[in-house]
Design a protein. Structure first.
Length: 292
């Protein structure tokens, strides 16, 4: 494997035992028997890159704070909700956008190059699979590195928007308190009130990150495309996801219906535990590199 050996960041990774050699062998057998592997990843694959997840016991956002991510309806409806979202996002962006893929992302990219991985679906919006070089991939919930206009659909890069923010807010300064999984930070209301948010430069419409916020749905076209890739596959591997969100869980249900073998690598329980062929309670970045 051309995998970097940078040491993982375990701040947001729940405690777990090292991989059991017997389980490693079982996963090896599972992967060796797959010709067209369908892989679905979640927040647990990115925690080793220093990005917290929502639900992990003790270390996830929900366990550490009472903060909740922005809701789609609130973002669309309320200018002050958008101002709060973008102010936090502006402060968090330099750190969030600098996160790099870890060993697990690089292993999956290598499996794709070897023709083992048929399609990868990620529920993450952090662009780490793209940075790792994966190409046969769908970002189920979009990506924070892109922004689009709700009115005319014009797309810009998030890095470009950062420059607009800086130009509009030359003297605005804020201290951030911790980073959340979707790249924003926690700020006081006082700070947020003076933050200026640009409109779409083409039509003056509302700018929104190209991500599926909570309470919004994934487009029918994207769901149908992923179902097609699953139909071409002969097994499914879930890596770093408890599959609590239905938009991802539905593909596991479809795989079960097709009687595909399903393996799960995730620290802690998942919604698939009762029907997966194999469940390994391990760190993705520790276990996946052991598979040849």
């Amino acid at each position: 494997h051309s995998v970097s050996r940078a040491s993982p960041n375990l701040t947001f990774v729940p405690a777990c035992l090292p991989p059991d050699p017997v389980e490693v062998e079982e996963l090896q057998y599972f992967v060796s028997n797959s010709k067209r592997l369908f892989v679905m990843t979640g927040a647990g694959i990115s925690t080793e890159s220093g990005i917290p997840d929502y639900r992990s016991e003790g270390v996830g956002l929900y366990a550490r704070t009472d903060r909740r991510p922005v809701q789609h309806a609130e973002f669309v409806r309320s200018a002050s909700a958008r101002q709060r979202y973008w102010a936090r996002n502006f402060v968090g962006w330099p750190q969030f956008s600098s996160h790099q893929p870890n060993t697990a992302h690089l292993v999956l990219r290598d499996w794709e190059k070897l023709g083992k991985l048929h399609w990868l679906v990620t529920q993450n919006v952090d662009a780490l699979h793209t940075k790792a070089g994966s190409q046969r991939m769908t970002e189920l919930h979009g990506c924070t590195h892109r922004v689009f206009c709700l009115a005319c659909g014009d797309q810009i890069l998030r890095s470009e928007l950062q420059e607009h923010f800086e130009a509009l807010n030359p003297t605005w300064k804020a201290e951030a308190f911790g980073v959340a999984p979707d790249g924003d930070v926690f700020l006081t209301d006082e700070h947020v009130r003076s933050f200026q948010v640009p409109a779409c430069h083409k039509c003056g419409g509302i700018l929104k990150p190209d991500v599926t916020f909570f309470g919004d749905t994934v487009s029918k076209e994207k769901v149908s495309f992923v179902h097609q890739r699953l139909a071409e596959s002969d097994s499914m591997l879930v890596a770093g996801s408890s599959m609590q969100v239905y938009s991802g869980y539905r593909f596991a249900l479809a795989a079960r219906e097709k009687k595909l073998p399903i393996a799960v690598v995730n620290i802690g329980p998942t919604r698939l535990d009762h029907f997966a062929s194999l469940k390994l309670n391990s760190r993705c970045g520790e276990l996946l590199p052991l598979i040849v």
